[in-house]
Design a protein around this ligand. Structure first.
Ligand SMILES: Cc1cc2nc3c(=O)[nH]c(=O)nc-3n(C[C@H](O)[C@H](O)[C@H](O)COP(=O)(O)OP(=O)(O)OC[C@H]3O[C@@H](n4cnc5c(N)ncnc54)[C@H](O)[C@@H]3O)c2cc1C
Length: 393
């Protein structure tokens, strides 16, 4: 006879930022919980990413007692946005960080273990929901499960939930080009939109470089060679000098959300929460991970684990829905080269427009009246005599 599955209060599938944050969120709410953190990989492990970490991510983690993650890293103060010779470069309201995911994710997993989670190497293939528990692969049972297993989530598929729009991006590491030092550089594509190349200075002589685009039903997905070609066209030298190339899908968020109920919750990429403007997903992974962990803990302590999904859905609606609506509108607008260029001009003319757009792209910002006014003015104004609108350093 097969041994009975090991039982946990909470099983978190995937130990990336969403999963580690879910484990910490649950254990900070109730340190007595038995929490299993399952991942198919051993840590440290790499993950295809631009490695850009918004300061808001650190704020969220500090709220659950996780600090010191970037103490040995160099902050990046400046952001440069460009398209076809039109460029704006400004200081960000708060510095961002560029932390290789091999480092960041291992630190987050350590924080989850320190909070009391058990890290188990396990690839989840099957999920069955019973009236009193959820069983994973006949081996692990839990009162509540959080699916934090990324863009190709097995948990999401087991729930029969479809995937929304997806992007594809390729990332490598290259010596940082002299003109791109100390900055996060984003160069929008001149061939098609939405698509951009990036170079994010890690602060150690190397930059995370890459190129990504939205996949469209009417076009074949680009090959690795085509992605590298676009990267080098937009940021000359980045592709030729790069190494450690890896590609991955990005499940972009939309404003249409069908809330989950029951004992199985989703967080991060598994819930389709990458910002469609910027490809930023770590903030949403950590925010929804913590929310999922807290919802699980609250439902368990109320003796109603079957209501965890409803609690989680309510929190996500409250903290993210207005932002998701605004990013959905902005992402549609950003398919137009005219709008992108108006955004660059408006950001060059007014630091507040720049700051609001950064907030919209990195965390929970909205399309503010300042942005709308700035875009409107830039759209009706004649183009300036020179295309270079860079703020003095
Ligand atoms: C090229 C690229 C560049 C990006 N750049 C940025 C950026 O600069 N900044 C930013 O904020 N975001 C960026 N993103 C998005 C960001 O990488 C994701 O949004 C983020 O990793 C989501 O975290 P997560 O924990 O939800 O999923 P993941 O980080 O993907 O973690 C999922 C975990 O689940 C595990 N797993 C998967 N399947 C199973 C299974 N069946 N059983 C057990 N374990 C499983 C995996 O091993 C993994 O550890 C980028 C994405 C790409 C592809």
């Amino acid at each position: 006879m097969a041994p009975a599955p090991t039982h946990w209060d909470l099983a978190v599938v995937g130990a990336g930022p969403a999963g580690a944050a879910a484990a910490v969120g649950a254990l900070r709410a109730d340190a007595r919980l038995r929490v299993a953190l399952l991942d198919r990989a051993d840590f440290p492990r790499d993950k295809a990413c631009g490695d850009g970490v918004a300061p808001h991510v650190l704020d969220l983690l500090a709220e659950v007692g996780v600090s010191g993650l970037v103490d040995d890293r160099v902050p990046v103060e400046r952001l440069r946005l460009g398209r076809g010779g039109l460029t704006v470069e400004r200081r960000m309201d708060r510095p961002a960080w560029v932390v290789p995911r091999r480092v960041l994710d291992a630190r987050l997993v350590d924080a989850a273990i320190a909070a009391g989670a058990r890290l188990l190497r396990h690839r989840v293939r099957e999920l069955r929901q019973h009236t009193d528990a959820v069983v994973l692969d006949d081996e692990i049972s839990a009162a509540v499960v959080v699916g934090a297993d990324g863009a190709h989530s097995a948990v999401r598929r087991a729930l029969g939930r479809p995937r929304g729009p997806v992007g594809l991006a390729l990332r490598g590491y290259a010596p940082v080009a002299p003109g791109r030092r100390g900055a996060q550089v984003i160069e929008f594509d001149t061939c098609h939109l939405p698509a951009y190349a990036w170079s994010f200075d890690r602060g150690d002589g190397h930059a995370n470089v890459g190129y990504g685009e939205l996949l469209r039903a009417d076009r074949r997905a680009p090959t690795r060679g085509q992605l590298l070609e676009r990267l080098d066209a937009l940021l000359p030298g980045a592709a030729g000098n790069g190494r450690d190339w890896v590609g991955h899908h990005l499940p972009f968020s939309t404003a249409r959300r069908r809330p989950l109920t029951g004992r199985v919750l989703l967080a991060g990429d598994a819930a389709g929460l990458v910002n469609p403007l910027t490809g930023e997903g770590i903030y949403y992974a950590v925010a929804t991970g913590i929310a999922a962990g807290r919802a699980a803990a609250a439902a368990l302590s109320a003796g109603r684990p079957q209501r965890a999904g409803e609690r989680h859905a309510r929190t996500i609606r409250r903290i993210l829905l207005p932002h998701l609506r605004h990013t959905a509108v902005a992402a549609r607008l950003a398919r137009s080269a005219r709008i992108i260029e108006a955004g660059l001009r408006a950001s060059a003319a007014d630091q507040r427009v720049f700051d609001d757009l950064v907030e919209l792209g990195l965390a929970r910002g909205r399309l503010t009246p300042t942005v709308a006014l700035g875009l409107g003015r830039a759209l009706v104004a004649p183009a300036p005599p020179t295309d270079l609108t860079r703020e003095p350093a």
